[in-house]
Design a protein around this ligand. Structure first.
Ligand code: ACM
Ligand code: ZN
Length: 610
């Protein structure tokens, strides 16, 4: 018996010591080795090559490790084989006496250090600061790995944007796309157009369910909003640069331009006065486009993009281009005159004329144009890059025309959508589950991968009124997308990802980052059985969970009926299904209560309606 106990104890100890290496995004290759490197007070950060210094500065301030030579070192140096690693790759060798990170450029060192941080115990060092010995080689599949934050529908402060940058770089994202203008607010100081931030950045205050708010009252003060001064933005840009993140600014034109039009009403076809939209139920919401026939808009846009080009070091500027209602152009004498002078056959070609003119304007300022996939309508500008959001179709069309593409199809990449059973989530529209994000691939068959720069997760913020909810909507779907954009396709493994994600949840708890646990909730799929009835299939994204349910309106637990895989029908008279998920005898999801009439609406609908 003593021998057996000793053996069991040894087994438990080995299990504890051999905690597997769990990194997101999954590196190209990981070999675990025996032993550990302890980060004690004697450790020094030794930079062998001055070009790698920028990554050292960040790590040194983060970890309180002094730069210099010591007995025990984290050594940052250049690799022997420079070809494999590219601009952002690294090798990481950890032995009990040294951590050696080798990379061609400082960005690669930075990502190697991010991997080191993920190797630390998730409890922020309470159990001691050490990392397991290992050999890791790692480089990204795509060079464009982005998140988009809509700071127009709700404004987020400089400090919040910087926190977002800190969070995204943990997972090796390198691009932050800021949606800086829309109908609901103008967010960047343009010195030559002061009305944009005096008026366009502010709206009346409303809270509750977005899109259903009462219109502004006569003389109601516009108190809600905000904007970044150019000095603020320079600070954000510098903060991002120190973390190897490019800021991509978007000014959404010719539509989604109500904040600009509210500031300068003569720029639209109707020239009507509107307040900045505060999420109103709004019959005139289509009247938000610039008048393409009006020469003044090009003067105004030239001022805006002159200041933008001087401020942002990015190669690209995003001009939006999405969802333009073209009816006002069709009825406007100035737009009609432009069409006849330029021999344009229809309003699609008028939009294309506008985008081509913007491309030329940006090129003269040393910038490349990127826009949403609507810029394909009426003919793509000669050198434009397309951000494909209405599925992958626009991206495929553009790539086949040898244009570069950034993939952000809404049903896989939109972080504003439901991420689990809608009855248990704050209201939004459409659904994009964690597994949808994880299993999507940005390179469709039949497209040459060289045209796909990479992709993004996009967080629109109509229904995201505070930064905690920004985090909730971003994580963990952006963990899944980080792996899609960084890791090799062959490394994709759902169960493996879930295990690494759960490990990361502990790290996020320690860092007080909010994330959604929606993937633990039940998925209810009603399927028609007869003309008048349906049965409900219950499943979960995370494997191995138990599902308990009831129709009697009480709160189910593990003593209630357990779903056994056979679809269930509502008993006669029952009006509501209540469900909860368990793992290993403990509740893990939240209780989901759904009314029969709401489930009935989903019958025969595609997956994206709830
Ligand atoms: C978009 O979602 N309108 C680009
Ligand atoms: Zn017009």
């Amino acid at each position: 018996m003593r021998i057996l106990c000793t053996l069991v104890l040894c087994f438990v100890c080995v299990q504890l010591i051999a905690d597997p290496i769990r990194i997101i995004p999954q590196p190209v290759s990981v070999t675990e080795k025996p032993g550990r490197f302890v980060l004690d007070a004697g450790v020094r950060l030794h930079v062998e090559d001055p070009s790698l210094q920028p990554a050292a500065a960040w790590f040194s301030s983060q970890m309180g490790i002094a730069v210099g030579k010591g007995k025990k070192e984290i050594i940052l140096g250049k690799p022997v084989d420079r070809n494999v690693l590219g601009k952002e790759g690294y090798t990481l060798t950890i032995t009990p006496s040294a951590i050696h990170i080798r990379a061609n450029e400082a960005a690669g060192v930075f990502y190697g250090l991010q991997t080191v941080l993920q190797l630390l115990p998730p409890d922020a060092g309470a159990s001691g600061k050490w990392v397991p010995c290992a050999e890791i080689t790692d480089y990204p599949r795509f060079g464009w790995r982005g998140l988009m934050l809509d700071v127009s529908r709700h404004f987020f402060t400089k400090e919040e944007v910087e926190r977002y940058i800190d969070e995204m770089v943990r997972y090796k994202y390198n691009t932050l796309h800021l949606h800086l203008s829309d109908d609901q607010g103008w967010r960047l100081e343009i010195k030559s157009l002061p009305e944009l931030t005096r008026k366009g950045a502010w709206r009346v205050a409303r809270t509750g369910r977005w899109g259903e708010f009462m219109p502004a009252l006569a003389n109601e003060p516009a108190t809600e909003g905000g904007f970044y001064t150019q000095d603020d933005m320079r600070e954000i840009i510098q903060y991002a640069k120190e973390r190897f993140v490019t800021l991509l600014p978007e000014i959404d034109i010719p539509a989604h331009s109500l904040a600009l039009i509210a500031s300068y009403p003569s720029l639209s076809c109707t020239q009507l006065n509107y307040p900045v939209n505060a999420g109103f139920r709004n019959p005139t919401r289509d009247d938000n486009a610039l008048c393409i026939g009006n020469d003044s808009i090009y003067e105004v846009l030239d001022r805006i993009f002159t200041e933008l080009a001087a401020l942002f070091p990015s190669e690209y500027i995003h001009i939006g281009g999405d969802e333009a209602y073209k009816g006002f152009w069709a009825a406007c004498p100035k737009c009609q005159r432009r069409m006849s002078e330029e021999h344009l056959n229809n309003v699609d070609e008028l939009q294309s004329y506008f985008v081509k003119r913007m491309e030329k304007m940006l090129k003269d300022k040393g910038k490349k144009l990127i826009g949403w996939d609507e810029i394909l309508e009426g003919g793509l500008a000669p050198e434009a890059t397309v951000m494909s959001w209405r599925g992958m179709k626009g991206g495929i069309t553009a790539a086949r025309m040898n244009h570069k593409v950034v993939m952000t199809p809404w049903d896989f990449c939109y972080l504003d959508l439901y991420q689990g059973e809608s009855a248990a989530e704050p209201p939004t529209y459409g659904i994009c589950r964690l597994k949808d994000s994880y299993t999507y691939d940005p390179v469709p068959d039949s497209v040459d991968e060289k045209y796909i720069l990479g992709g993004q997760g996009n967080l629109w913020t109509e229904s995201v009124a505070n930064f905690r909810h920004v985090e909730y909507m971003t994580w963990p779907r952006a963990l899944a997308l980080a792996e899609v954009y960084w890791s090799q396709k062959a490394a994709r493994n759902w169960d493996g990802f879930v295990s690494r994600m759960e490990h990361e949840f502990q790290r996020m708890d320690a860092a007080d980052i909010k994330y959604a646990r929606s993937a633990y909730n039940v998925i209810l799929t009603p399927k028609r059985t007869t003309d008048r009835d349906f049965a409900v299939t219950m499943s979960t994204e995370v494997n191995g969970l138990d599902i308990y349910y009831t129709f009697d309106q009480t709160n189910p637990d593990k003593h209630y009926p357990k779903y056994n895989g056979t679809p269930v029908k509502f008993p006669m008279g029952a009006t509501q299904l209540n469900v909860i998920t368990y793992r290993d005898g403990r509740p893990i999801g939240v209780q989901v209560n759904v009314r029969k009439e709401d489930l009935a609406k989903r019958v025969d609908q595609g997956r994206h309606v709830y």
